[in-house]
Design a protein. Structure first.
Length: 459
């Protein structure tokens, strides 16, 4: 990666006019950090393993010295990287207990604010953890490093979209737009680049989003798959093309090969990152082998816990455990992130580093078949809209053989409508499930804040 700018151009004023200086301090620091990240993630594996082991030992020493909670979990008196595999996985409830009982284990410097981070709790209770200002800086730089590693075209505009649910408001407005001249942060003075837009809109106003997207060529669109599906059901892939989308960068939810194919068919490239609110980046999708995520070695260690493996298709998936090497305020060590996957020692593309694949999101997004298998809930809301009218729809697995379907609408269903809904579901899922249909005035989204179409309440 080093010094390969691809098609990108340095600004005429990029270099410093001061004596004995080439780059101003901030840009120079950012480029140095990006080079460091590249050395760890794409460089010599032995050097990487040494660095990671030392970082892990530093974190374990810190946690043991500052926390009774962690002292109890780190059983060994001699702390080395090798003790990790003997430690019990950390559940979400464990993490919340440590945070509540002990607070932050490291304070931010007096010049900076101590930060707390609240995960969205999209599929359960929100988690509060403490983070250091360095964590936010790392996350920004890691994201920038990916643009170099992927040889992105910096001249494209970058647009990130976020959907707000009914409880979040925009002072009565449907949409808010934050705009900056560049998305390169500390490297903005160095490289020519497109603008950056962060758009938030309330979930039932995709039309407001569409109007905003048509104002400038979108370039890079950054959002979860669910958000993109909303846009696709509003205007189809033609709308994305018309609004100038050239690349879609997916985060936060699972890959869908059909959706990617649809985008590729109109010349839109796709890539994905795998991350979590608690630890930041975990992996970035390989540019050559779709669905394989090069682990973000400069941030995390990843393991797979096979003690509770489940069959999905032809694979046995284990729980993904993540250790965040820079989690000094609220240590995150062997954290069960709630997702499942496979870990390979290297990527089929030749990359010499661990790779996650078959990452299938949280178990809450799968149906549990009574025979122990997991089934993916493949539907999108449009399939049901073709049969009945409703303003909102929700599916929940409420016990091993029962699925509750709720529709927000004013009138009862006709017998024929209800029969067709049941037939559609039974045919595509499995007749073993009993399907209960309820018509409601309001759907209770408190345990499903991202309004996912399906949630499993059994796991
Ligand atoms: Zn690869």
């Amino acid at each position: 990666m080093l010094l390969d700018y691809g098609c990108n151009k340095t600004r005429d004023s990029a270099l410093s006019a001061k004596p004995l200086t080439i780059l101003e301090f901030e840009a120079r620091s950012a480029l140095a950090a990006i080079t460091e990240i590249d050395m760890i993630e794409n460089g010599d594996p032995e050097a990487r393993h040494y660095w990671q082991a030392k970082q892990l030992e530093n974190l374990l020493h810190h946690a043991c010295a500052r926390s009774a909670f962690w002292k109890r979990r780190i059983l060994s008196k001699k702390i080395t990287a090798g003790v990790l595999k003997f430690m019990a996985p950390l559940s979400r409830a464990d993490l919340m207990r440590q945070v509540t009982e002990e607070g932050p284990l490291m304070q931010a410097p007096s010049s900076e604010k101590q930060m707390a981070y609240y995960s969205s709790g999209s599929t359960g209770t929100p988690v509060k953890i403490y983070v250091m200002p360095q964590n936010a800086r790392y996350n920004g730089l890691r994201s920038l490093a990916q643009s170099f590693i992927h040889r992105s075209d910096f001249r494209l505009n970058r647009v990130q979209i976020q959907i707000l649910d009914g409880e979040q408001t925009l002072q009565g407005k449907s949409i808010s737009v934050e705009r900056a001249d560049s998305w390169l942060g500390p490297l903005a003075p160095i490289f020519e680049s497109g603008h950056n837009k962060n758009i938030r809109y309330v979930f039932d106003r995709p039309d407001a989003l569409a109007d905003e997207l048509l104002k400038d060529p979108t370039g890079m669109l950054v959002c979860p798959g669910g958000h993109l599906d909303n846009l696709l059901s509003f205007g189809g892939v033609d709308f994305l093309k018309r609004s100038g989308v050239r690349q879609w960068i997916q985060f936060s939810d699972g890959k869908d090969a059909e959706r990617d194919e649809l985008l590729h068919s109109v010349g839109i490239t796709t890539s994905a990152s795998y991350s979590s609110a608690e630890v930041g980046p975990i992996g970035f999708e390989c540019a050559r082998v779709p669905g394989h995520y090069h682990v973000a070695h400069s941030n995390v260690l990843v393991e797979i816990d096979r003690s509770d493996a489940v069959a999905f298709g032809s694979h046995q998936l284990g729980r993904i455990l993540v250790t965040h090497l820079h989690s000094y305020a609220s240590p995150i060590i062997r954290y069960d992130i709630g997702d499942m996957g496979l870990l390979l020692a290297r990527c089929p593309c030749g990359h010499e580093g661990a790779v996650l694949t078959e990452v299938h999101g949280r178990r809450k997004m799968f149906l549990n078949h009574p025979d122990g298998r997991l089934l993916k809930f493949y539907f999108v809301a449009k399939v049901f809209r073709d049969i009945v009218e409703f303003s909102e729809i929700s599916f929940r697995q409420t016990d091993p053989q029962r699925i509750l379907l709720q529709l927000k609408r004013d009138n009862a269903l006709t017998e024929d409508e209800e029969r067709r809904l049941r037939e559609l579901l039974s045919h595509w899922i499995d007749p073993v499930f009993h399907i209960e249909v309820q018509i409601v005035r309001d759907i209770d989204w408190r345990c499903n804040r991202k309004r996912l179409l399906f949630i499993n309440e059994v796991v």
